[in-house]
Structures are given as structure tokens and as C-alpha cells.
Ligand binder design. Structure first.
Ligand code: RRO
Length: 313
């Protein structure tokens, strides 16, 4: 069988990518991702100005996942834009993804997208509407009206391909609402999910939190989040225009986890916590494990089962 993944009209060797934030801060880290077994990759979410981020410790791996409150540390939009412009010629047929966020809120999102529109970068952008870790700043995509306003303003001038990174939703009505907002726009993809925001992990030996920012509250990733991630992939796939593809992110530790995201309708798959824990070798392991599942089930390609989750009625 083949693990070839089709995404936004392009064919990738396999569906695996890093999740933004992991192994993608510098040109050196991005070079290593580009040379890895991953099918594609995404850059660290950029803000208009470079940022140090929150005080450390701000990322901790735990048994069943991770907790982070990085606070958008990044080298600034100009750095990632320069890197992407130089890099894009090396990936003409499998474009990578540039992640863009905002520290200040609404106006900075618009300004960042305007700068990309006016640049020579022609590739994909992932607009991060879901950072949970900036003290005092809400996650944009939990505000349906603001998200609608923001996308309306961006689509008034932006002509290059982009998608959005969403936070997890936990109510059927919220799936309906975000889908209704997103379906008004010619988005190329949505990425479900960012970390589950503002969890709390307590160290058993010391009875204290494990990360310093925000009194220990941070975004949860890893095994903890897989059922929520799968539900969000499935729910958005069922509700979005067929032209909007899904990137599945959350709880991918094994080939089986990857397979389940694909059953729910994901086209590409991103690995965050497990990449942080295991390093770039995770992509060789995951591709081997997913390939073995296709072989065992007699599938020749991902297209034969993508989105075909069984239900009991
Ligand atoms: O940098 C972060 O604190 C961070 C971001 Br921008 C995000 O989107 N998701 C996350 O878990 N951490």
C-alpha cells in the first residue's frame, strides 16, 4: 500500500507533520523537519514582533501527555516570512505551512495577514485562532462573532491559500456555530485541535503545579486529548463544505491513533506532544505502524477508508 496523502490538491508522501510549536522555532529546526520522514511541516506561530514568551518552566511532559504555557515565544513574523520565502522553492509540489498568530488580538491578526499578502510568500498559512496561553487574552475562536468579523476583514484583501487552527469544542451547538461561521469563507483547511486550554497538572511528590505561568494552568496535549480531537475532526468534517479539508491533531502516539483520525476524515495529521517526547524518529515509526495497519486491513491507500467511520445506526 501507499501512505500518499492528498491535501489541497497536492500529493504528499505521507500525512504526518509536526504540530506547530514543536521543533519548528528556528531555520535549523525547520531544516531538520524538512529532512525527516514527515510528509510536511508547519512553522512556530509567529507574532508581529519577536517574543521571549512566558517564564520557565513552561512545558512539561507527563505520563499521559503534556502541559504547556509557552506564551507564544517566537522569532517574529519577518523571520518566518524570510525563511518561508527562501524555503518555498525547495517544496514546489508539497508546500509546507506557515503558522501565524497574534499577541495583541484582532488588529494584529489583520496586520500580520496583510504583511503576508504583500510578501513574495505564496504558500499555505495556518491562522492560529486558538492560543490558550497569553495572560488576559481569550482564544479568538471561542468568540464566534469576532471570528466571523476577523475572517470577513481578512478575506476582503487576502488572496493566498490559508486555513485556521481551532481550539477544541465540547458542545454540539458550538460545532454547529463554528462550522456556520467557517462555511462562509473559502478556507482551504481547518486544523482540529489545539491543546485543551487551561488544564492543571499537580505533582504528586510536592503537591504543586508543574509549570510557572498562570499559576500552573496550561494547554493539555497527548493521550489525554485524543477523544476530544477525534470528536472535533469528525464533527467539523460532517459540517464543513467539502472543499475545506481537515488536519487532525491531538493524541497521535501510534499508527492506530493516526488511522482513527483518518477514519474521522482528516487529510493530514499533526504530532505535537509525542514528537516532543520522542524526537524526529517518531515519523518513521508512525509511518511504519500506519502502513502495517493498511496492509493488515487490505487497503491500498488512505482514500479507501478516509472519513469512513462506522456508526451503530
Ligand atoms: O505558545 C504557546 O503557548 C502555545 C500556542 Br501559540 C498554541 O497555539 N498552543 C499551545 O498549546 N501553546
Amino acid at each position: 500500500p501507499t501512505l500518499q496523502a492528498t491535501f489541497y490538491g497536492h500529493t504528499y508522501d505521507n500525512p504526518f507533520m509536526n504540530a506547530s510549536g514543536v521543533h519548528c522555532m528556528t531555520t535549523t529546526e525547520l531544516d531538520a523537519l524538512a529532512d525527516s520522514a514527515a510528509g510536511s511541516f508547519v512553522t512556530k506561530s509567529a507574532t508581529a514582533e519577536a517574543r521571549e514568551g512566558n517564564p520557565e518552566p513552561r512545558y512539561v511532559n507527563v505520563d499521559l501527555g503534556s502541559i504547556n504555557s509557552m506564551g507564544l515565544p517566537n522569532l517574529g513574523l519577518d523571520y518566518y516570512l524570510d525563511d518561508a520565502i527562501k524555503r518555498q522553492a525547495s517544496h514546489p509540489d508539497q508546500p509546507f505551512v506557515m503558522s501565524v498568530a497574534s499577541y495583541q488580538g484582532f488588529n494584529e491578526y489583520v496586520a500580520n495577514m496583510r504583511k503576508i499578502q504583500e510578501s513574495d510568500y505564496t504558500g499555505l498559512v495556518e491562522l492560529n485562532l486558538s492560543c490558550p496561553n497569553v495572560p488576559g487574552k481569550p482564544q479568538m475562536a471561542y468568540d464566534f462573532e469576532d471570528t466571523d468579523k476577523l475572517l470577513t476583514e481578512i478575506f476582503a484583501f487576502y488572496t493566498k491559500p490559508f486555513g485556521v487552527k481551532l481550539p477544541p469544542y465540547f458542545d454540539i451547538m458550538h460545532f454547529d456555530k463554528i462550522a456556520a461561521v467557517l462555511n462562509q469563507f473559502d478556507l482551504k483547511f481547518v486544523n482540529c485541535i489545539n491543546s485543551i486550554g487551561n488544564g492543571l497538572y499537580i505533582d504528586e511528590a510536592t503537591d504543586t503545579v508543574v509549570i510557572k505561568p498562570k499559576g500552573g494552568f496550561g494547554g493539555i496535549g497527548g493521550e489525554y486529548v485524543k477523544p476530544t480531537a477525534l470528536a472535533n475532526v469528525r464533527a467539523l468534517k460532517q459540517r464543513l463544505n467539502p472543499s475545506i479539508e481537515i488536519i487532525g491533531t491531538g493524541g497521535i502516539l501510534t499508527g492506530r491513533d493516526a488511522y482513527e483520525h483518518l477514519l474521522c476524515g482528516a487529510s493530514m495529521l499533526q504530532v505535537g506532544t509525542q514528537l516532543e517526547k520522542e524526537g524526529l524518529g517518531v515519523f518513521e515509526r508512525l509511518t511504519a505502524e500506519l502502513l502495517a495497519i493498511l496492509e493488515a486491513k487490505g487497503y491500498a491507500s488512505i482514500a479507501e477508508f478516509k472519513g469512513m467511520l462506522g456508526t451503530l445506526d
